[in-house]
Every structure is written in C-alpha cells, then in structure tokens.
Ligand binder design. Structure first.
Ligand SMILES: [Zn+2]
Ligand SMILES: [Zn+2]
Length: 197
C-alpha cells in the first residue's frame, strides 16, 4: 500500500499550489491524504483515459500522454484541447509530424554530437524536432531514461532544452523489448510520481 494525495475533481486549481504550505501535522494528513493500492491507481488512470479518450476522439495511448502532460488535470486538458487542439498536441509532443513513419538514416559526413562518432555508414536517427544522433546513442539514452525514471511516455529529446517527447513509434524501434515491458508496467513509485507530482 502507498499513500498519495487524493485527487478531487471538483477542487479548483489553486488547491494544488497551496498544498506545500500546509504543515504536515497529523490532522492535515488525515484530511488530505488517502491510501490507494497500486491496482486502484491503475484502475483510476484507465478510467480517466477512457473517459477523456472518448471526449477528445484521440486514441487511448495519445490520451494517456496528454493527461500526463497536464498532470492528470482532466478538466484543464479538455478545456485546452477544445480551444486549441493543435497547440495542446504539439506541446505534449504529439504534433501532426509525430505520426510519420520512423526510420534510421545513414547520412554522409555525419558526426554524432554525443559520442563524436563519424564512421561512414553510421546509422542515425532524429526525432521530429530534427535533433539527430547515432542510433546507439539514442538507444543508450532511452535505455538509461527508462531504467532511471521508468516513464517512457515522458522521455524528452536528448538535446538539452528540447521538449519534444520521444514518441511511441520511435520507442518501438529503438528500445529493446525487455525495457519496453518495464515501461508498460510502472512500479508503485512511478505511479506515485505519475499522477500527483
Ligand atoms: Zn552517438
Ligand atoms: Zn530535439
């Protein structure tokens, strides 16, 4: 069992920012926190994803990314999406370009900025932001991220300052199966961070 802050759909946004000012007295703890099992959390997430997916007309995979992007604030997501769907998708790393096919490329005269490798015939890959590195560097980067953080849906481009999210097609191509399985079954700790941070 783990303890996480209870999510209240009816509470206005301001409630969140005030939380950190609360003294962690026993009383506040009892009032503001509730115990969920990991199964409850998963069920809660799935329910939210299904609901929002139906409203937005987006596949559940994309909806999950959008929800995480907006920290599981369902109302805010729906509101923003109804106003500016393209902007929301782009910011979450799901812009129209993300739907294109993913392939590695050999580029003449390419040098990888991460490992400084420039062997002819080096396989390279770029996310839709255009940041291109050798495939080995992408693989290592993603493997490390998944091991450290566990949440592949939010892995950003290796270029610092670039907020492009590594899309699922790129992950499918670059990440080994055993790591992918790990991403698809988040641990309790990862769940904790996912929903309520
Ligand atoms: Zn490299
Ligand atoms: Zn980038």
């Amino acid at each position: 069992m783990i303890v996480i802050k209870e999510f209240d759909d009816d509470e206005p946004d301001v409630g969140f920012s005030q939380d950190k000012d609360l003294k962690p007295t026993k009383k506040a703890y009892e009032v503001d926190f509730k115990v969920f099992s990991p199964t409850d959390i998963q069920a809660h997430q799935d329910k939210q994803i299904n609901e929002v997916s139906a409203i937005l007309g987006q596949p559940s995979e994309a909806t999950a990314i959008l929800l995480r992007h907006l920290r599981w604030n369902k109302e805010r997501l729906i509101e923003l999406y109804m106003e500016k769907p393209d902007m929301v998708l782009e910011k979450a790393g799901l812009g129209p370009a993300s739907a294109q096919a993913v392939t590695t490329k050999v580029i003449k005269g390419f040098m990888c900025d991460i490992c400084v490798e420039d062997t002819p015939g080096l396989e390279t890959y770029a996310l839709k932001c255009g940041h291109r590195y050798c495939v080995d560097c992408y693989r290592q980067y993603l493997a490390q991220k998944i091991k450290d953080e566990g949440e592949a849906a939010r892995i950003q481009c290796p270029t610092s300052g670039c907020s492009r999210i590594v899309d699922s097609k790129s992950l499918d191509m670059l990440v080994a199966a055993e790591l992918k399985a790990r991403y698809e079954g988040p641990t309790e700790d990862e769940d904790l961070g996912l929903i309520y941070t």
